[in-house]
Design a protein around this ligand. Sequence first.
Ligand SMILES: Nc1ncnc2c1ncn2[C@@H]1O[C@H](COP(=O)(O)OP(=O)(O)OP(=O)(O)O)[C@@H](O)[C@H]1O
Ligand SMILES: [Mg+2]
Length: 265
Amino acid sequence: MAKVIAFSNNKGGVLKTSLSVNLAGVLSKAGKHVLIVDLDSQGNSYTTFGKDPDDIEWTIYDLLTNNPKLNNPHDAVLNLAENLDIIVANDDMSYFEIEVLLAKDTYDDIFALFKDSIESFKEEYDYIIVDTPPALGLIAANVFIAVDEVVIPFQPEPYAFRSLVKTVTAVNNFKDKNPDLKVKSVIPVKYRHTVMHRAFIDSAKAFAKTQHIKFSDIVIKESIKYAETTLRENVPVTLLEEVPETLKPYAEVYQELAKELEYIG
Ligand SMILES: Nc1ncnc2c1ncn2[C@@H]1O[C@H](COP(=O)(O)OP(=O)(O)OP(=O)(O)O)[C@@H](O)[C@H]1O
Ligand SMILES: [Mg+2]
């Protein structure tokens, strides 16, 4: 049965998508069978691969809303690389919350839509990696009910501490509905070696300790190279066939992270 992992933080631009696709890259290359599920209307998991999610007919939206025209849920699965599949999100997801809330009487449980959507995929995959939008609404509620683990990227900047606390609190609020749910780790991202970043990391670390949450020893440093390479190559750095010497540290950090998170040996 797949382990289901969400990358979550209600702050935007903190590498939820970058972590999702790069760890998916590491795991699939290590021989694990991986499904990425995007829940963000921006569809960035798929755009990372140079593709346009708005061209795709069946998406997570159709699974979540039980679109009767989608006969087989597997028709929503696209292959990206060996061992690596994706269910994309696109602009349809922008309307998800309003549409579901307006028609809520037609659903058994509007918080269990995502859990039900991925159930039939769990037997086929080792890991289901869930990329989430920067918000704590109905989509996040669906995520926290469906997943085993939440990984929270933390950017050491003003206001980010607030988002970290909010995300952890939101996860805690769902533990009665999903007793096994846990925050697997908080990962510092876009780190610069400055006094300010150090101070923000220290306070986040202290907060994580009070919550008995692991604070990662691995740091994703800020660098323009990640974005540049992904744009140029149309593939996450961990899936490059040959990683140039100058980019090796950028791929290796995700390898180390996959080990620290205990997803590979
Ligand atoms: N190490 C890095 N340093 C700086 N920028 C990076 C790094 N890695 C990735 N980026 C870039 O930072 C931007 C934001 O990253 P990403 O899209 O993964 O964040 P996100 O949390 O998914 O954002 P959103 O909340 O909008 O979904 C992207 O342009 C990405 O290419
Ligand atoms: Mg994203």
